[in-house]
Design a binder for this molecule. Structure first.
Ligand SMILES: *Cc1c(COP(=O)(O)O)cnc(C)c1O
Length: 405
């Protein structure tokens, strides 16, 4: 049945997609979703899909959450944009709520994850200046992903992502992930000013470090006077069963970055800092035209309100645990499945090798997922609005597709 569906998908696309005026940045799958509701999507031909990707960890509250749609409409009829030359009450309100849920002191809002990391990197450079360090180094991890702008790209620990863009920005070194000793080798190097890590590597293939890793990095940073920057762009906003994944380790970073789920589809990014690191940005040192405008801020605030009111951090933990358990039970005996891992609603299924057209096979079976980790890891980043029936359906579809490999 799957083979037939796949054949149909390949040979008889009912809609021909053509985008001659779009730069060739993506190799896209042959589908266009035109409508969504909760964890369901419909394509242009009316076919229904179950969405286990959530626009890459963005639509945590599902598609068209009624309270988000209402907030969008209300704010659109009030004011969209003024400028950061003026006080923006919506931004101040979102900032206060973001700090309340993250334990940070102050936040700078931009429009994306990469921009949030740019702000974090600039804060690390200002931290260096405050200590008289002229050639500052930030330590990041191999297989990390921090974004596509030049500084974020330089921080990223992937030669594939960096290929073709030399010269990269100076001041980054990459060490193996989940390896405290490798970080410790830089102890007493007076040029190092910060460590920047993902609490779970997302693009790298849902790599969960040993428990104690972040805590050890916190200790190292405290000893050395380095900033601990935690990139929560993919893990944040409740996805892993805590507001932020660093909470699993009971630590508080100096700087965190967040984006994806913060706007549930409206572009917004945040770089938040604590203590002295929160005071380094001053007028003239950083800025943005769009960032934190009334519209994006109002939606961000609504996202936080909904997560709080509907107890969704806890639900993400529970639903994720149920999904993971069922995946483990169902796929335990499958030859091609090497590992099932992750926290909350951020799960990865590692296969023994890369299989061609795997994402397309899932699409043909009606399930939207994504393949990462060198083509071997099925990545699930579903909405917290998943019902138990939908959880079962995800597991059954993965079983069906993986059993044909
Ligand atoms: C997605 C992601 C980014 C980049 O975010 P953009 O909004 O695409 O710029 C950075 N870091 C991590 C961990 C991410 O998952």
């Amino acid at each position: 049945m799957l083979q037939n569906l796949l054949k149909r998908f390949r040979k008889e696309p009912q809609v021909q997609y053509s985008e001659p005026a779009i730069m060739n940045a993506y190799s896209r799958l042959p589908v266009s979703f035109v409508r969504g509701e909760g964890a369901q999507l419909w394509d242009a031909t009316g076919r229904e899909y179950l969405d286990a990707l959530g626009g890459i960890a963005v639509t945590f509250l599902g598609h068209c959450h009624p309270k988000i749609s209402e907030a969008i409409s209300l704010q659109a009829n009030k004011i969209l944009h003024t400028s950061n030359l003026f006080h923006i009450q919506e931004q101040a309100d979102l900032g206060a709520k973001f700090c309340a849920v993250s334990g940070m002191d102050k936040v700078f809002f931009g429009n994306s994850g990469a921009e949030a990391n740019e702000a974090a990197i600039k804060i690390a450079r200002l931290h260096a200046r405050s200590k008289g360090v002229k050639q500052p180094i930030i330590i990041t991890a191999e297989q990390s992903f921090h974004g596509r702008t030049m500084a974020a790209l330089s921080a990223t620990g992937s030669t594939a992502v960096q290929k073709g863009f030399a010269p990269l920005l100076d001041g980054f070194v990459h060490v193996p992930y989940n390896d405290i000793a490798a970080m410790r080798e830089y102890a007493d190097n007076s040029n190092v000013v910060a460590i920047m890590v993902e609490p779970i590597q997302g693009e790298g293939g849902i790599i969960v470090p040993d428990s104690g890793y972040l805590k050890a990095l916190r200790t190292l940073c405290d000893e050395q006077g380095w900033l601990l920057i935690v990139d929560e762009i993919q893990t944040g906003m409740g996805r892993t069963g805590k507001w932020f994944a660093f909470e699993h380790e009971g630590i508080q970073p100096d700087v965190i970055t967040c984006a994806k789920a913060l706007g549930n589809g409206i572009p917004i990014g945040a770089c938040a800092a604590k203590g002295a690191a929160a005071e380094l940005i001053s007028p003239g040192t950083h800025g943005t035209t769009f960032g934190g405008n009334p519209f994006a801020s109002k939606i961000g605030e609504t996202v936080i309100d909904i997560i709080n009111q509907e107890n969704l951090v806890e639900k993400a933990g529970k639903t994720g645990a149920s999904l993971k358990k069922q995946l483990q039970q169902t796929l335990a005996t499958f030859d091609h499945v090497v590992d099932i891992r992750g926290k909350g609603l951020m799960l990865g299924i590692e296969l023994d090798k890369a299989y061609p057209e795997l994402a397309l096979k899932f699409l043909a079976a009606g399930l939207v997922i994504n393949i990462t980790g060198g083509g071997k890891v099925i990545r699930l980043l579903p909405s917290v609005m998943l019902s138990e029936t939908q959880v079962k359906k995800i597991v059954e579809t993965i079983r069906d597709v993986v059993s044909t490999l």
